[in-house]
Design a protein around this ligand. Sequence first.
Ligand code: AMP
Ligand code: GLY
Length: 411
Amino acid sequence: MKILIIGSGGREHAIGWKINQNPKVEKLYFSPGNAGTLALGENLPSMSIEQLAEFAKEKAIDLTVVGPEAELSMGIVDLFQANGLKIFGPNKKAAMLEASKAFSKDFMTQYGIKTAQYQNFTNLDLALEYLETQSFPLVVKASGLAAGKGVVICQNKTEAIEAVRTMLSGDAFGKAGEEIVIEEFLEGFEASILSIFNGKEITPFVSAKDHKKIENGEKGLNTGGMGVIAPNPLFTKEHQLMFEKEINQPTLKGLLAEGLIFSGVIFYGLMITSKGVYLLEYNMRMGDPETQTLLPLMESDFLELILDAIDQKPLEIKWKDQSACCVVMVSGGYPKDFEKGFEISGLENLEIPYFVAGAQMEQNKMINTGGRVLNLVSCQPTLQAAREKVYQEISKVKYNKAYFRTDIGEI
Ligand code: AMP
Ligand code: GLY
């Protein structure tokens, strides 16, 4: 099979790495890919979704897997399907469950999915009026895609007024902030659950725990994720049952009722509180760095799962009886200004899988090109052993200004 993978980060490297383990794979293409994906296949330039469809037709690509939300919300799946091309991911309408928080909150309420109380606003005066009736803290969210930056937790009314004004004025997030969601603050811990929808059933993965902040102890600025462990040791069987009954099943019911039928990943962002498991958000794609953590832990053949999902066949996902710990290496300064252009060395000595997040090959040297640089992942019989291994191995990797958290998976 000839397979095209769209995206440029560690997530796409991990998808390619796992899919490549299936002997059916003849050739992998990545658009645009990175220094890591070069070892698995051919990197293509970044292309528009129309150009990608042309390329897939020309090369008779058998399957396309889409990493990032942007292409999904532009309707790449609809376009490929209209051209008779096989593709894994939600269509444009279903991708709105991520691309519009207002749409997804309305969907959750309509189908009785447990989520924070909220209201959607496009009008500044109405939003300000609503703030007068609320208690704090409170959460203000830009409805559209804002690269994970569109959520402000407001401790008091002054902060909330400021957040509402800057979002609705378009100053903060442009069009993504034209509509906002104001919602109840939930106190608890978070869990990520990815799943595969085959158009009939949603089959969840094992749970994962992201570490979003730049500094140890969950302090400092929010990032695209500094590390993930799986399974999430705080997420119990009881939580799993609540998730299944109050979130996963009603989501399935809603998707079927609304005709949102597709084959792809649904990623549930959960908050576990003293009152149960709440759905914070849907992501209609694989998580980063959840994917880099979960695929090495997956026993099943991922390509077969994707092909079965597209054919609406029942899925059974098998997992290794292990824990995974993934640590993200970044460039000093990230998530603000960071330096790039440094040579990375030592990867050839690693005894564990690594995925490239932001680096390119230049004259046979791997050079970091992004703030997020590498993901190292270890799977071991216990979480403790997985943590120890990944931190042992990470000392072998060198580049200027390398930074990573040293407490990923510390519970
Ligand atoms: P979201 O993009 O909706 O996942 O929000 C990003 C992050 O903001 C989440 O991972 C949470 O840490 C936080 N967050 C979002 N909504 C809430 C809420 N209602 N209560 C508390 N924290 C929240
Ligand atoms: N790790 C969170 C995300 O991919 O959005």
